[in-house]
Design a protein around this ligand. Structure first.
Ligand SMILES: Nc1nc2c(c(=O)[nH]1)N[C@H]1C(S)=C(S)[C@@H](COP(=O)(O)O)O[C@H]1N2
Ligand SMILES: [Mo]
Length: 393
């Protein structure tokens, strides 16, 4: 019996070795795995950092304070997040192409260390494939799953970072050994000159795919790329008043409430409450500001806004400086109906209840009669079709 299992084991090991031999290629080297691996590692770290920034802006921990200036800070970090996230695809496929013959190693592990290594790689590969795919689908405004995108994307990000830490720790000797091009490598290349050429071609291929993807999509976030934005879902300068719209007034079921001639904005601080009609708001001193709408989905557009400073409005109900606010939309339901704003944003002199966009009265799809526009915040927090603003602490 033991004899039989040994023979089967031998057979498997030999076939696995044969498969791996057949898949051997000059690009499938440890050096290549390290070269692509460190680019991927950097890309994941950039996405992780910018992703945390975006997540906590939307769901801050009590002690958190955020920069409000430069006003475009979120447009930048989120533009980088989406652009680098898209470039991850060719890097990831290149890396998997380089290392996948190791799938056929037999026996699958020989020591607890190898088991840990392979398990962490399985988790890493699965989550590293799923995470950018979820994000990409999200940029096309398609949410075909029942769970919250942000919570899933956030959770998976920690899984990737954890699995990556284990992977790097386990592979550290290899990483150090192949970090720099080595003499051994050079000698091998001298013997088979074709190998260096094909390795270079492989890397150029990955680089070119990443560059092409970035060139064809980054225009949604970065103006210089706008002329070559062929694939990204959002185009700068499109939409009413030259600003794209995510959810129209019709989709949000607010047309009736937003066009009601008796509409008034409620501002409240405890029992101090005031109602301001559109005419009263228009009669107040208006502040102008150049501010971007920077959607979590990656596109951004800077526009010219005019409206009343939120801090001036709140002073009318004696809100003390340092107050945080709850802003409620006329929208009857939906995730963006209620938004909270920390005091750093309330105090910024460019945080406005906007009445005008690019020199005209707000279009109904941009939040008529009044919307919030604040510097340095994700689009989801730029509440449209305002109903009330209340002090919460
Ligand atoms: N009440 C409400 N406000 C909202 C939304 C919404 O669906 N309802 N969408 C948000 C999102 S996701 C973005 S990106 C911006 C888009 O603003 P725009 O349509 O004026 O470009 O508005 C935000 N404000
Ligand atoms: Mo958005």
């Amino acid at each position: 019996m033991t004899h039989l299992t040994e023979r089967v084991g031998d057979r498997l090991a030999r076939s696995a070795a044969a498969v791996q031999g057949g898949l051997a290629s000059p690009v499938r080297t440890s050096r290549m795995a390290v070269v692509i691996g460190r680019m991927l590692g950097l890309a994941f770290l950039i996405c992780f950092a910018t992703g945390l920034f975006s997540h906590y802006l939307q769901q801050p921990l009590p002690w958190m304070r955020f920069p409000t200036q430069p006003a475009t800070i979120y447009a930048w970090t989120q533009g980088v997040h989406i652009t680098v996230g898209i470039a991850i695809f060719p890097l990831l496929f290149g890396k998997l192409w380089t290392v996948y013959p190791r799938l056929f190693t037999w026996p699958p592990f020989r020591s607890p260390r190898e088991l840990l290594e392979r398990a962490s790689i399985a988790v890493l590969v699965a989550s590293a494939l799923l995470e950018p795919a979820l994000g990409l689908v999200n940029t096309y405004q398609w949410y075909p799953w029942p769970f919250s995108f942000r919570r899933a994307h956030f959770g998976l990000a920690w899984v990737i970072v954890g699995a990556l830490a284990v992977h790097i720790a386990v592979k550290l000797p290899t990483i150090i050994r192949y970090w720099r091009r080595r003499r051994v490598d050079q000698e091998a290349a001298d013997r088979i000159p074709a190998a260096t050429g094909s390795r270079r071609a492989f890397l150029i291929g990955i680089g070119a795919s990443a560059a092409a993807l970035v060139t064809l999509t980054a225009g949604q976030s970065f103006a210089p790329f706008a002329p070559t934005n062929l694939f990204a879902p959002r185009v700068k300068g499109s939409g009413p008043q030259s600003v794209p719209v995510n959810h129209t007034a019709k989709q949000a079921h607010v047309i009736e409430a937003a066009t009601d001639p008796d509409w008034a904005l409620t501002i409240a601080n405890g029992s101090r409450e005031r109602m301001l009609s559109l005419a009263e708001l228009r009669a107040m001193p208006l502040t102008a500001a150049e501010l971007p709408i920077a959607c979590v989905e990656g596109w951004s557009t800077t526009a010219h806004w005019r409206g009343i400073r939120v801090r001036d409005l709140m002073a009318m109900v004696d809100a003390r400086p340092g107050s945080a606010l709850r802003v409620t939309s006329l929208q009857p339901h939906g995730n963006y109906r209620v938004m909270t704003m920390g005091d750093e944003f309330v105090q910024d002199p460019t945080t406005l209840v906007a009445l005008e966009l690019n020199g005209e009265t707000l279009d109904i799809d941009h939040g008529f009669p009044a919307r919030i526009i604040a510097p340095g915040r994700p689009g989801v927090l730029q509440t449209k079709w305002l109903q009330s603003i209340e002090v919460i602490r």
